[in-house]
Design a protein around this ligand. Structure first.
Ligand code: DGT
Ligand code: CA
Ligand code: CA
Ligand code: ZN
Length: 591
């Protein structure tokens, strides 16, 4: 296990102990241990364990040292397994409801006998929760709303998590001797931020073994359908997946059909009809005459298409990338020869808005830079939280200045190829002023400004607040514009159009926050805004080294938003980025 995984286990133990009502000192010991672990380097952890010196780290005592060693060497912990077995799983699930922490959950269990979400719903509906000490009618209402949200969203899954399930399945399918071609289709292939279910399309010479292999995948909890050329399964996470096997000559048609979207398909079929053709998942055939699309495709000679490029060509169109297939004008744009040349993952040369252990990150500055270096990035922008974000261990002026010195020393050392930009994720305070003085902000390479509190402001107040922050002469980028957390929390009320106008007018970047939970500013706004001159930065908002890879989710969103490489600052070479940062906005205005 890596040190961050071990730290997560320690945090989990703390939560479970809290749910059990254990001694607060014991709970705190695990929380402190988790944080202490995060703050040291991976290599140091290996050395400390090898030399049996873990206890020399402040915050790690004997009991913790032993557990950390066990986790590191075996990847397991008997203590945790026992602890898990002693806590009702429904209680852990209740933690997902906003506003419910371990203390409240324990009160619900002890005083009302509530041990799962179903029981909690009932208790709220009966008004019993409102009567509890420390709850009240407002809290009860909030809990009920949280449960409803969870149900509504629970049916969908983050693209990032769905992709992690899909990738090994596609690789496994391709490795089967009977399989000629295999692809993910559906919303996953279109790069949509959330995914309802997975869709796999396979061309195979023999179907039986492929279906059998599919339903036997690790993590499959239930086989919901199993036919000769089709199967559906449900994984433990609740995610479902459909497999469809087709003859190879139908593959491109099936892949296109099941990639969707439905709206795109409808428009493509209309286009085919206008040319006297019938397009379906089975083929492309003359439209006139009797019979269903399937019968026609079977009885007449379908147009032969090797791949989707040929399919589009058969309807006199260039290839339309899956990300654009939302039925939002992409076919008309393709017809006009107006499809943008979409930005690609390989175009990225760096990223801004990254956290370290100085605030609430899980890896040190050096580890983050080493990881960016391993990715081949030319630059990495650090932006830890500012002082008002005390819940995220925001930096004081003095701590920030020390970090700046550390970064300058790291750059001077030439230890890594990656150039490090100093910076901050500076809180936009409730009145729109910034958390640090201009005299300090001026010393930083890149100032990201974000809203982290007072979410309840009305739309006009919130909009004015953000616009004021954009107008601040030291601001380079606006972080996660709406504050949404996908499947968990709506964004705050804000007039997005006005914020975009202000950013363009002031030459400020709006980031495309690439965290799979955010993807904010939403892709639906990007095309129009970028055409009007808004510059984008794909920023992972990484809280650990693994988080840097989230830029891939940002690339999906950028492509859905029709962005080209030129419109994304983080594809630019280092020198051009440096020039832009120094003369914020003039580069944008000049274009
Ligand atoms: P999801 O799973 O809800 O995130 O969204 P999709 O787009 O993956 O939808 P899904 O899994 O229901 O179906 C996959 C694709 O199959 C869909 O994007 C388009 C095609 N499809 C499914 N049902 C229909 C339909 O009734 N009409 C048309 N034209 N296409 C359909
Ligand atoms: Ca799907
Ligand atoms: Ca499906
Ligand atoms: Zn933030």
């Amino acid at each position: 296990m890596t040190k961050n995984e071990i730290a997560d286990v320690l945090s989990e133990i703390a939560t479970l102990l809290e749910l059990k009502g254990e001694n607060p000192f014991k709970v705190r010991a695990y929380q402190t241990g988790a944080r202490a672990l995060e703050a040291i380097e991976e290599a140091d952890l290996a050395r400390l364990i090898a030399q049996d010196e873990l206890q020399s780290v402040k915050g790690i005592g004997e009991a913790l040292a032993q557990k950390i060693t066990e986790l590191r060497t075996t990847g397991k912990l008997g203590f945790l397994e026992k602890l898990k077995a002693s806590v009702e799983p429904g209680l852990v699930e209740m933690l997902q409801i906003p506003g419910l922490g371990p203390k409240k959950i324990r009160a619900l269990r002890d005083k009302l006998g509530v041990v799962d979400i179903a029981g909690l719903t009932k208790a709220c509906q009966d008004g019993r929760v409102a009567e509890l000490d420390g709850f009240g009618a407002k809290t009860q209402e909030k809990i009920l709303a949280g449960i409803k949200n969870r149900e509504a969203y629970g049916k969908r899954h983050l693209w990032w998590e769905a992709a992690a399930v899909a990738e090994p399945i596609v690789a496994g399918l391709r490795a089967l001797p009977q399989v000629r071609r295999a692809e993910s289709a559906g919303s996953l292939r279109r790069g949509l931020e959330t995914v309802g279910d997975l869709d796999f399309i396979v061309a195979a010479t023999d179907v039986g073994p492929v279906v059998d292999w599919f339903v036997a995948q690790p993590g499959v909890k239930e086989v919901t359908a199993k036919g000769e050329t089709k199967a559906s399964v449900r994984f433990e996470s609740g995610l479902q997946a459909d497999l469809r096997i087709v003859p190879e000559e139908q593959f491109a048609f099936a892949l296109h059909h099941f990639t969707g979207s439905k709206d795109h398909n409808v428009q493509m079929r209309q286009r085919a009809l206008a040319r006297g053709l019938s397009l379906s998942e089975w083929g492309l055939v003359p439209a006139e005459g009797e019979g269903t699309a399937k019968e026609k495709a079977e009885n007449r000679k379908s147009e032969k298409v090797e791949n989707e490029t040929a399919l589009f060509a058969a309807l006199a169109l260039p290839f339309i990338p899956p990300e654009l297939r939302e039925g939002m004008g992409e076919i008309e744009a393709a017809e006009r020869g107006d499809l943008p040349r979409l930005v690609e993952a390989g175009d990225l040369r760096g990223a801004f808005h990254n956290h370290t252990t100085a605030s609430d990150g899980g890896n040190t500055l050096t580890e983050m830079v080493a990881a960016a270096d391993a990715l081949g990035w030319a630059y990495l922008g650090i932006a830890d939280h500012s002082k008002s974000s005390f819940q995220a261990n925001g930096l004081s002026e003095a701590r920030l200045l020390r970090q700046v010195a550390d970064i300058q020393a790291l750059n001077a050392s030439k230890r890594f190829q990656t150039h490090v930009f100093t910076g901050t994720e500076c809180d936009i305070l409730a009145d729109g002023s910034l958390d640090f003085d201009a005299s300090l902000l001026r010393q930083l390479d890149c100032v990201v400004v974000s809203v982290h509190n007072a979410f309840a402001q009305d739309e006009a107040t919130m909009t004015a607040r953000i616009v004021k922050a954009i107008e601040h002469p030291c601001t380079h980028m606006l972080g996660h514009l709406s504050g949404r957390l996908l499947l968990r929390r709506e964004g705050y009320r804000v007039d997005v159009a006005k914020v975009i106008d202000a950013a363009i007018a002031n030459g400020v970047i709006i980031e495309l926050n690439a965290s799979p939970w955010r993807l904010d500013l939403d892709w639906r706004h990007w095309r129009k805004a970028a055409e009007r001159g808004l510059l984008c930065a794909i920023n992972p908002d990484a809280h650990d080294t693994a988080g840097l890879r989230h830029v891939q989710a940002g690339i999906n969103a950028a492509r859905k938003g029709g962005l080209t490489r030129e419109q994304v600052l983080t594809t630019w070479p280092l020198a051009k980025v440096q020039t832009w940062l120094k003369s914020r906005g003039t580069a944008t205005k000049a274009r």
